[in-house]
Ligand binder design. Structure first.
Ligand code: NAD
Ligand code: AKB
Length: 314
């Protein structure tokens, strides 16, 4: 049987788009989608219900499909994790161990596991945050991502596991909805602008955060996985930069297309999380090691979001 790729957490914001693009590039039957919940949209290819915390179920699916590469996307994100810290730790860490151990045992060959800008904390330099810097995350999500990075590097050094990782910024796309993060406002704002011409933002107007258009994030994810192993010099996780903006910047951009749009502000607990994160990221190492470059800026991203969402949102 030919080798396949397994995407775990395929029904989420990133998984929905990643499965589509992997299938475009490698063929529908080569990509096995899996999630604890069924996908909302029809995906043209195999799907398995999988609870990543169930090691036996994972092994069965890996053997059934001769899986050799895993993209592990199942996790609780920053805002949801703060509401259930113990479970967030269990899911975010044990999912990673279950997959790392499959590679350690020689059953699979390659892993993609995403980290996040949440690995940084209030003591990190916030502008142009370097690859190597102070990392004292103050959220359970950030702590789990930082620990995950350490474990990825450890498994690579001790057991030769080929694991690759990116510290994604907040991701924005029109094909799927975000799953409980602090940067979710930057997707919701487009939906509300088209539906109701107004948006109440849970972050204040000057909260500048690193963000990226989903098309760029998917490109980076597949690019780092396709790069020759010797080019991947960092086995914890790579900084990745796209666009930095605050709610006021994105609101001005939306007004170019929807002049009646208005934004109001009502901070909630996510403000404190956002205040602990960088405002912009230095991704020199990604550019140097595996030729990363982003294609979208705030203007082109907003234009594409609005053009596509106008056909979807009613
Ligand atoms: P999401 O919440 O949209 O999707 C996660 C998916 O995992 C969901 O479909 C969920 O049903 C599934 N899942 C949850 N528990 C599971 C379990 N026990 N077994 C199998 N599946 C399970 O998240 P996302 O935005 O797609 O993020 C994917 C990964 O990327 C996460 O590790 C996240 O931390 C990371 N990341 C995302 C962003 C972003 O802006 N979206 C930014 C930085 C990092
Ligand atoms: C979140 O807000 O939790 C995510 C992330 C930046 O990791 N989008």
């Amino acid at each position: 049987m030919s080798e396949t790729i397994l995407v775990i957490g395929s029904s989420g914001q990133i998984g929905t788009e990643l499965v589509e693009e992997l299938r475009n590039q490698f063929g529908n039957d080569k990509v096995i989608a899996s999630d604890i919940k069924e996908p909302q949209n029809v995906q043209n290819g195999p799907f398995e219900v999988l609870d990543i915390l169930n090691k036996e179920q994972l092994l069965k699916i890996v053997e059934k499909h001769n899986v050799k590469e895993i993209y592990l996307l199942a996790a609780l994100l920053s805002a949801t994790a703060e509401k259930n810290p113990e479970f967030a730790w269990e899911l975010n860490m044990n999912s990673l161990f279950n997959v790392l151990n499959l590679a350690k045992d020689g059953i699979i060959k390659k892993i993609f596991w995403p980290s996040s800008i949440a690995v940084f904390g209030p003591t990190t330099p916030r502008e142009n945050t370097p690859q190597y810097t102070i990392m004292e995350p103050s959220t359970v999500y950030g702590i789990s991502k930082q620990a995950g990075e350490r474990w990825c590097e450890y498994y690579n050094e001790k057991y030769g596991v080929d694991v690759r990782s990116i510290r994604y910024p907040g991701l924005i796309g029109y094909k799927s909805l975000p799953g409980g993060g602090t940067t979710d406002y930057a997707v919701d704002i487009f939906h509300q602008a088209i539906k109701h011409q107004k948006y109440e933002c849970f972050l204040n107007k000057s909260t500048r955060l690193p963000m990226m258009y989903m098309a760029d994030a998917i490109k980076a994810t597949i690019q780092i996985m396709q790069a020759p192993s010797e080019n991947i010099k960092i086995r914890s996780s790579y900084n990745l930069a796209g666009i930095s903006f605050n709610p006021e910047d994105i609101s001005s951009e939306i007004k170019k297309y929807i002049p009646s749009f208005s934004i109001s502000y009502k901070e909630d607990f996510r403000q404190k999380i956002a205040d602990s994160w960088p405002q912009s990221i230095d991704d020199t190492n990604s550019k140097k090691d595996w030729n990363w470059y982003p294609e979208y800026n705030l203007e082109s991203m907003s234009a594409d979001m609005i053009k596509n969402l106008k056909n979807i949102v009613t």
